[in-house]
Design a protein around this ligand. Sequence first.
Ligand code: GLN
Length: 191
Amino acid sequence: MKIGVLALQGAFREHRWMLERLGAEGVEVRKPEDLDLVEGLVIPGGESTTIGKLLIEWGLMDKIRERAAAGLAIYGTCAGMILLAKEIVGSDQPRLGLMDVTVRRNAFGRQRESFEADLNVPEFGADPVRAVFIRAPYIEKAGPDVKVMAAVGDHIVIARQGKFLATAFHPELTNDDRIHKYFISMIRGQA
Ligand code: GLN
């Protein structure tokens, strides 16, 4: 199975390695044509304003929206989650706007630029997910079609809406591959 990893800016290599470890083929996506053969797309962490501008500049914004409307599965981490959101608090930056959620950027406060937490994710059983947050956003409001899979207090940090999955943290920086595995089963229509 070929899965694209948006490779315009940010932490894309680690996602490719994680997908390959799970037996998928990771394809770096830089041009619209790169999307033609992939069955899923990962949007990595990085700087969401930069990635959004580059999506427009490289002709990828419309192409990704088209493929998404035709059923392409998309997983966004951190900046990727921001790009998937319909609403971004206090910002009119470019975005895909595919998920019915409101995100707040750099939301955990300055004293917590980066931190780790154990998340209870019922979907994955009793073993918690060790999550690395780096200048992370969270979802502060989610529409009725959004399934909340994990939260820190009332801040949503894993959410799914149909074929779209978002995490506020960086699973590609740990050894825990359950999120990527889950995404692969979403692509297969098994999750
Ligand atoms: N703070 C970044 C943004 O707003 C996201 C950080 C990240 O992806 N690790 O785009």
